[in-house]
Design a protein around this ligand. Structure first.
Ligand code: UD1
Ligand code: CA
Length: 453
C-alpha cells in the first residue's frame, strides 16, 4: 500500500500579527511545520506534499528537504481546494493522509492508530472536547455511524452542542479522494471548498467512516495566535522534561527547563532551574548545571560542574572541569579536562590544557594553552589588531600575573612567569620571570593639591 501525506500550510496566520509566516514560528526552537514534516517522515510515506501559500517561498527555503514536494495554493479557497492542489503530486498512490502544518504536537503513535483503525477505506481523527467551539462537529446517526461533518459557522444550535469534533486529520483512499474533491461546492457560510464535505460524499457511496482519537487531545490543537503558541510550547516542554526525568535526569523544576534541540545525558545529571539547552547537547555522567545557564551545541564529559549564569556555545568541555558562575565560553573552545574557568571569564576559539586555571575577569581568545597553567585575574589576550586576529601560545605550567596583556602573536614559554601588570608583546622565554611594566618610583615630599591652599 502506497501512502502519500499532504500537509496543509497555506493559511495566512493573520492572528499571529507577524511578518514571519505562521508555520515558521518556532516551537522548542524549530518551526511549527518542521515538527509536522518530521512526524510525517517518521511514517515513511511514499510521497510528501506541502501546500503553501502566504510567504511560501520563505517557507520552502527554510524547510525544503529530501522527499518533500511543494505545491502552491495561490488563493486560499478552503481546505478541500488546498488538498486538490496537491493531487497532481500524489499520482500512483493508494492512500492519502491529510495533516495540518500548524498542528505541531500530533504524535506518530496517534497517526499510526488512525492507520490501524482504517487499514482501508476512510479514517477520520476526532476528539471529544468539553468546549468544542470553533471546530467542525461530527454528525452520527442513531446507530452511531458517522454521517458527515458540519462546520461551526454552518451548524444548527442543536449541532453546536455536539462535543465530538474534527481534528482535520484524515486518511482517505486516493482515487476516491480525487473524485470527491471534484464534487465539492462552496455553498456554505464561509464560501469555501470544505475538505470536511467529503465525509458525507463517502457515506453516500456507502463507505464506512472509521474513527481514531489521539492519545491526548492537545495533540490536535492548532496554533492560531501567540497565546496558543506559548501554550503548546509549555506542553511540549513538559513532555520533553518527562522523558528526561524518566531517563534519570534530575530537573529541579520541570516547569522551568527548556530544551530547544536534542539532549543526550549520562547518569546522574542534574539541571537547576531556568537551564536552556539549544542545538545538540551531550552531557556525560555526574554533570551538574546551575541555574540560568545556557548550553548551545556543547559536549560535556563526565564529572563536570557548570555553575549558575554561564553561556556556553559550540564548545567541548573535558572531564572534571568546573565552570562559572558567570563564564562565557564561545565557539571553538575546548577545555581538555580538569580546568577551572571562573567568573567574568570569556574564552573564544581556544584550547585550555589539562588542569589549567582561568579563574577571574579574563579574556582568552585564539589561544593554545598547555597544561597546569595559571592565569591571573584581569589577564587579556590582545588577539585583534583592528584588521587581523593573531594567536597566543601559553605553554605548560606558565604563570601569568594579574592584569597582564598578552599582545598576539606571542608565546609564553613552559614554566615561565609573567609579572603582574605586564604588557607582553614579545615572546617570554621558558622558565624565567619576565616583566614588562613601568618601574615603581616614590617622589619624596610630593603633596597632593588641597582646596583653598
Ligand atoms: C478545519 C476543519 C474543521 C476542524 C478544524 C480543526 C474544514 C472545512 N474545517 O477548520 O472541521 O475542526 O480544521 O482545526 O476543513 N488551509 C490551507 N488552504 C486553505 C485553507 C486552509 O492550506 O485554503 C490550511 C491552513 O493553513 C490550516 C488548515 O488548512 O493549516 C486548516 O485551516 P483552517 O482555516 O484553520 O480551518 P478551520 O476553520 O480551523
Ligand atoms: Ca484552524
Amino acid at each position: 500500500m502506497k501512502l502519500g501525506i499532504v500537509i496543509l500550510a497555506a493559511g495566512q496566520g493573520t492572528r499571529m500579527k507577524s511578518r514571519l509566516p505562521k508555520v515558521l514560528h518556532p516551537l522548542a526552537g524549530k518551526p511549527l511545520l518542521a515538527h509536522v514534516i518530521e512526524t510525517a517522515r517518521s511514517l515513511e510515506p511514499d510521497a510528501m506534499v506541502v501546500v503553501y501559500g502566504h510567504g511560501g517561498e520563505r517557507v520552502r527555503e527554510a524547510l525544503d528537504g529530501p522527499g518533500l514536494q511543494w505545491v502552491e495554493q495561490a488563493e486560499q479557497l478552503g481546505t478541500g481546494h488546498a488538498v486538490q492542489q496537491a493531487l497532481p503530486a500524489l499520482k500512483d498512490l493508494d492512500r492519502v493522509l491529510v495533516l495540518y502544518g500548524d498542528v505541531p504536537l500530533m504524535r506518530r503513535e496517534s497517526l499510526q492508530s488512525l492507520v490501524a483503525a482504517a487499514p482501508s477505506g476512510f479514517g477520520l481523527m476526532t476528539m471529544n472536547l468539553d468546549d468544542p467551539t470553533g471546530y467542525g462537529r461530527i454528525l452520527r446517526n442513531e446507530q452511531g455511524q458517522v454521517q458527515g461533518i458540519v462546520e461551526q459557522k454552518d451548524a444548527s444550535p442543536e449541532q453546536l452542542r455536539i462535543c465530538e469534533v474534527n481534528t482535520g486529520i484524515m486518511l482517505v483512499d486516493a482515487a476516491s479522494l480525487a473524485r470527491w474533491l471534484e464534487q465539492l461546492t462552496p455553498q456554505n457560510a464561509q464560501g469555501e471548498y470544505y475538505l470536511t464535505d467529503i465525509v458525507a460524499l463517502a457515506v453516500a457511496e456507502g463507505v464506512e467512516i472509521r474513527i481514531a482519537q489521539p492519545e491526548d487531545p492537545v495533540e490536535a490543537e492548532g496554533v492560531n495566535d501567540r497565546l496558543q503558541l506559548a501554550a503548546l510550547e509549555r506542553i511540549y516542554q513538559r513532555w520533553q522534561a518527562e522523558v528526561l526525568m524518566r531517563d534519570g535526569v534530575t530537573l529541579k523544576d520541570p516547569a522551568r527547563f527548556d530544551l530547544r534541540g536534542s539532549l543526550r545525558t549520562g547518569m546522574d545529571v542534574s539541571l537547576d532551574v531556568n537551564v536552556i539547552i539549544e542545538g545538540e547537547v551531550v552531557l556525560g555522567d555526574n554533570v551538574s548545571v546551575g541555574a540560568n545557564t545556557v548550553l548551545r551545541n556543547v559536549r560535556v564529559a563526565d564529572n563536570v560542574l557548570i555553575r549558575e549564569n554561564c553561556v556556553i556555545e559550540d564548545a567541548v568541555i573535558g572531564p572534571d572541569s568546573a565552570i562559572g558562575p558567570f563564564s562565557r565560553i564561545r565557539p571553538g573552545t575546548e577545555l581538555t579536562g580538569g580546568a577551572h574557568v571562573g567568573n567574568f571569564v570569556e574564552i573564544k576559539n581556544s584550547t585550555i590544557g589539562l588542569g589549567s586555571k582561568v579563574n577571574h575577569l579574563t579574556y582568552i581568545g585564539d589561544t593554545l594553552m598547555g597544561a597546569g597553567v595559571n592565569i591571573g585575574a584581569g589577564t587579556i589576550t590582545c588577539n585583534y589588531d583592528g584588521a587581523y586576529k593573531h594567536r597566543t601560545t601559553i605553554e605548560d605550567k606558565a604563570f601569568i600575573g594579574s592584569n597582564t596583556a598578552l599582545v598576539a602573536p606571542v608565546t609564553v614559554g613552559e614554566d615561565a612567569t609573567i609579572g603582574a601588570g605586564s604588557v607582553i608583546a614579545k615572546d617570554a622565554p621558558a622558565g624565567e620571570l619576565t616583566l614588562a611594566r613601568g618601574k615603581q618610583v616614590t617622589i619624596k615630599g610630593w603633596k597632593r593639591p588641597k582646596k583653598g591652599a
